[in-house]
Design a binder for this molecule. Structure first.
Ligand code: DGL
Length: 282
């Protein structure tokens, strides 16, 4: 078998995964990266289990065919609905036992279970992530003492992508969702921002927590835990790490329109991005 060397693939349904990629790149700028956003078919958050799995599987294969030995699903919906299936059923059929796919849920859980004193944690996420119960299942395995209260926020992603995060409409919707979750469990002391878009409205959520007189509640974005967990994984798995190329390059691909990509990507990444191509053949 020919062992190929290549970049780390980072996949998201759209732009949100750039908020994860940003932290991974900050921590490990030495590697090469390919970011693939399926903007043409996003959002995934209100799609069925089968469709999210099919789209994610296509994206993983695409990144493998672009030379990536390792793919990070920088998307909660894809991690919740497709990761396990891909790891258990699809990877073994590829004929290359060295290929790896990792997600964002386990690193998030490890970090937030440490952070929470009350062991009552809130999860804000897409409809698909909440319905999958993936966070609950992971917690039951590793931290059964934690009580998780989830709130699906189906209206948030579209509003953020439309640039409406500073509007009164967004404020009211976000406040309503957080209040419903908090009323269900007033002992929550840590909230997971369980969707890659939500770090963009961190200051709005903090303002709302202040209005609710709970500024002490900790907000947990996922970028840093995922980045540190990946670094640790690569340290523990030299057979994967030595297959990664190290020229410090980043390439961005989208299945959506090019004009929007550069502008919106900058919002999530905090720097200029030049997208390479939108000819993604699934
Ligand atoms: N990236 C997705 C997630 O983290 C949010 C966007 C979508 O619904 O596709 O769940």
């Amino acid at each position: 078998m020919i062992v190929n060397h290549g970049p780390i693939g980072v996949f998201d349904s759209g732009f949100g995964g750039l908020s994860i990629f940003r932290e991974i790149h900050k921590l490990m700028p030495q590697y090469d990266y390919i970011f693939l956003g399926d903007n043409g078919r996003a959002p995934y958050g209100d799609r069925s289990f089968e469709v999210v799995y099919q789209f994610t599987n296509q994206a993983v294969r695409r990144l493998f065919s672009m030379g990536c030995p390792l793919v990070i699903l920088a998307c909660n919906t894809a991690s919740a609905r497709a990761l396990r299936n891909i790891q258990v059923n699809d990877l073994p059929k590829l004929g290359d036992p060295t290929k790896r796919v990792l997600g964002v849920i386990r690193p998030t859980i490890e970090r937030c279970a440490d952070l929470s004193y009350s062991k009552h944690i809130g999860l804000l996420a897409t409809q698909a992530t909440v319905a999958s119960r993936s966070y609950e299942m992971e917690l039951e395995k590793s931290h059964p003492e934690v009580k998780l209260t989830s709130r699906a926020c189906p209206r948030w992603v579209r509003l953020i992508e439309q640039g409406l995060q500073d509007t009164p409409e967004m404020h009211d919707i976000v406040k309503e969702d957080i209040e419903v979750m908090y009323d269900a469990d007033p002992e929550i002391d840590t909230i997971i921002l369980g969707c890659t878009h939500y770090p963009l409205i961190t200051s709005l959520i903090q303002r709302i927590l202040q209005e609710m007189e709970h500024p002490e509640i900790i907000l947990m974005p996922q970028g840093r835990p995922v980045a540190y967990s990946l670094k640790d994984y690569l340290f523990r798995h030299p057979e994967v790490e030595t297959r990664l190329t190290r020229r410090g390059t980043c390439k961005f691909y989208t299945s959506g329109t090019l004009t929007n990509f550069d502008h919106l990507a900058e919002l999530f990444l905090g720097r200029n991005v030049r997208v390479q191509a939108n000819h993604i053949e699934w």
